[in-house]
Design a protein. Structure first.
Length: 431
């Protein structure tokens, strides 16, 4: 097992940092168990793609970049077993070679599978729950080093409590996923009026397999994305992918964001330019994971909250009004997605079909005020924060939103009586 002393951790968003006494990189399950047994306190970190303080510790930080193998592929059962450190982009490529795919994905594929599961990472599509819903079986290493294997059917009650665990119950080891035959997506996007979409939001959400919106603040238009599942052959070109995904979406976008740093009053103009001039209507067919995953965004600040879809129209109208009537100057898209409700204890989608509203900004200027203003709005609408993104909720608010907190804490006390997996983030949320 690779080990580094006094390791300085900085997350991808560069808003969270700590110095861990030990940084451990196991390659086998036996080494994971050893690390757990010999550590007084231990937290897991994957790619560091969380904006929250979920990974931070002064003690032992364990990373699974070397624990990332595919262990078994069963094409008859359409199941794949992997080590929990595998990155989503690695898994996507390996599945594709076997003619298989995950049935839904989020926008970014840099995360480790364990991290995506533990924080309730999601994609979009009102008939598709969070990514963890694709898990058939998982093994978790408890604080005493014992390995526990949970099946989503045979151990449903405990499985549902342990799936979204924030790393507070134990360390995920081996994971068995239910997969599907590889499929393509027909992506159609276009620009239209924000208010027109909100007026007919229910129809937009129900009319396609995977629907999302990108709104650039201070602009009346919104970018509509429709993804339809298809077995028609791919028709996208390498030139278009290079031009749109590398030149315009990465290089040009980052230049425009830097211009917005020079003079923040330019941001309204820049956003208008992006939406009405640079985002062209698109109709393409490509492999599912290549459509779900978007080009790498520039570093930014980010929060995202989940709401009951029944209040979606009121929420979006009030959010747009709040931004447009304030002094905020935002130079980053705001992503709006939709997922199916579920029964996982700490899933933000627990018990309700969900609209996710992501609030982003590309620099720190005004971020604390924007975050506070949005959270005030979010709490009035009984929002639930994404565990891997920035928020200022505490145990009192969390307990009002999750009826299963008591059950989760009971399991935490049973599996980790000494608080080995607890850090300040966990203590604040589940006091």
């Amino acid at each position: 097992m690779k080990a580094t002393r006094n390791y300085r951790f900085i997350n991808w968003g560069k808003n969270q940092t700590c110095t861990a006494e030990n940084f451990l990189q196991p390659q086998t399950e036996a080494e994971i168990i050893e690390a757990v047994k010999t550590s007084n306190k231990i937290r897991v970190v994957g790619t560091g793609h969380s904006w929250s303080a979920i990974c931070l510790t002064d003690h032992s930080l364990i990373n699974f970049d070397l624990y990332n193998k595919v262990l078994n592929i069963n094409k008859e059962k359409l199941q794949v077993t992997v080590q929990s450190g595998i990155k989503l982009w690695q898994l996507n490529g390996l599945l594709d070679k076997e003619g298989l795919a995950l049935r839904n994905l989020g926008s970014i594929s840099d995360q480790s599978l364990a991290g995506a599961i533990s924080t309730a990472t999601h994609g979009t599509g009102i008939n598709y729950p969070i990514l963890g819903s694709q898990i058939q079986q998982l093994s978790i290493i408890k604080a005493n080093g014992e390995k526990l294997v949970l099946d989503c059917v045979f151990d449903a009650e405990v499985f549902n409590t342990a799936l979204v665990s924030l790393g507070a119950l134990g360390i995920l080891s081996e994971i068995t996923l239910n997969v599907v035959p590889a499929f393509n997506l027909n992506e159609q996007n276009y620009v239209t009026k924000f208010d027109d979409v909100i007026d007919k939001l229910d129809e937009f959400v129900a009319d396609t397999d995977h629907f999302k919106l990108w709104w650039f603040p201070h602009v009346d238009e919104v970018v509509v994305y429709n993804y339809r599942r298809t077995h028609e052959p791919a028709n996208d070109s390498r030139f278009r992918q290079w031009l749109m995904d590398e030149v315009l979406s990465v290089l040009v976008y980052r230049i425009l964001i830097r211009m917005g740093h020079i003079n923040r009053n330019w941001r309204k103009w820049i956003n208008k330019l992006l939406v009405t001039k640079l985002i062209m209507p698109l109709n393409r067919i490509e492999k599912s994971y290549q459509v779900f995953n978007v080009p790498a965004p520039p570093p930014h600040r980010e929060t995202e909250w989940a709401f009951d879809i029944r209040i979606a129209k009121d929420l979006l109208r009030e959010y747009k009004q709040m931004i447009n009537t304030s002094e905020h100057r935002i130079n980053f898209l705001q992503e709006i997605r939709f997922t199916k409700g579920d029964s996982y204890t700490l899933s933000p989608c627990n018990g309700r079909n969900t609209i996710w509203l992501g609030v982003y900004n590309a620099d720190n200027y005004g971020w604390d005020t924007l975050l506070a203003d949005f959270e005030q709005l979010a709490k009035r609408y009984n929002g639930r924060p994404h565990w891997g993104k920035e928020f200022n909720a505490d145990s009192i608010y969390i307990s009002t939103q999750y009826s299963g907190v008591e059950k989760f804490n009971a399991l935490r006390k049973e599996w980790d009586p000494e608080g080995k997996f607890e850090n300040d983030y966990i203590a604040k949320l589940f006091a």
